[in-house]
Design a binder for this molecule. Structure first.
Ligand code: MN3
Length: 200
């Protein structure tokens, strides 16, 4: 069965007051994410080795293979955006107790965590993602990946939250000011309840 664009868990206008406008969400979800899904389905259609594989299995199969780089990028971007949409909320920014405690243990507090996340997001040269992951050693960590890669592909742990730092995610609302986009994302958009639910 072909991969499908998931519906957004909120209206395209829902995040405007929190700093992500309706036009951004319409284009980002309806055009950019849709394009990754359409391209991925096209690659699967033409490649018997990919048919019937889960999205995660396609990412693993294409990972590190130069001839399958377009497959990896589009499959990765589909996976990344499926985590990105529920990772935001119109009432984002609030820190639930269990995740807050774990962040305090592993980063020394909410502010140092946000500083580390922002440094990763701003330090990602060009397009990519910043992540909060639960690493294999049981500690929370902040990481960054280029283009369509993700912690699933790098083996860095379970992705709890991912922030898209491709320009299409912030240019209409923040122009070139990626640091302001990321700070606003951490303070007003990030759905930490969702992140906590992925900790297990
Ligand atoms: Mn994107």
């Amino acid at each position: 069965m072909a991969f499908e664009l998931p519906a957004l868990p909120y209206a395209t206008s829902a995040l405007a007051a929190a700093g992500m406008g309706q036009e951004t969400l319409e284009l980002h979800h309806g055009k950019h994410h849709q394009a990754y899904v359409t391209a991925l389905n096209g690659f699967v259609e033409k490649n018997d080795a990919l048919k019937g594989l889960s999205l995660e299995a396609i990412i693993a199969h294409a990972n590190g293979k130069a001839d399958l780089a377009p497959v990896f990028n589009n499959a990765g971007q589909h996976w990344n955006h499926m985590l990105f949409w529920p990772g935001m909320s119109a009432t984002g920014g609030g820190m639930p107790e269990r995740l807050g405690r774990k962040i305090a243990e592993d980063f020394g507090g909410i502010a140092p965590f946000k500083d580390a996340f922002k440094a990763a997001a701003v330090g990602q040269f060009g397009s990519g993602w910043a992540w909060l992951v639960l690493a294999p050693d049981g500690k929370l960590k902040v990481t960054k990946t280029p283009n369509g890669s993700n912690p699933l592909a790098t083996g860095e742990g379970t992705a709890l939250l991912g922030c898209d730092v491709w320009e299409h995610s912030y240019y209409l609302d923040f122009r070139n000011r990626r640091p302001d986009y990321v700070q606003n994302w951490l303070d007003k958009l990030a759905n930490y309840e969702f992140a906590q639910s992925r900790m297990g």
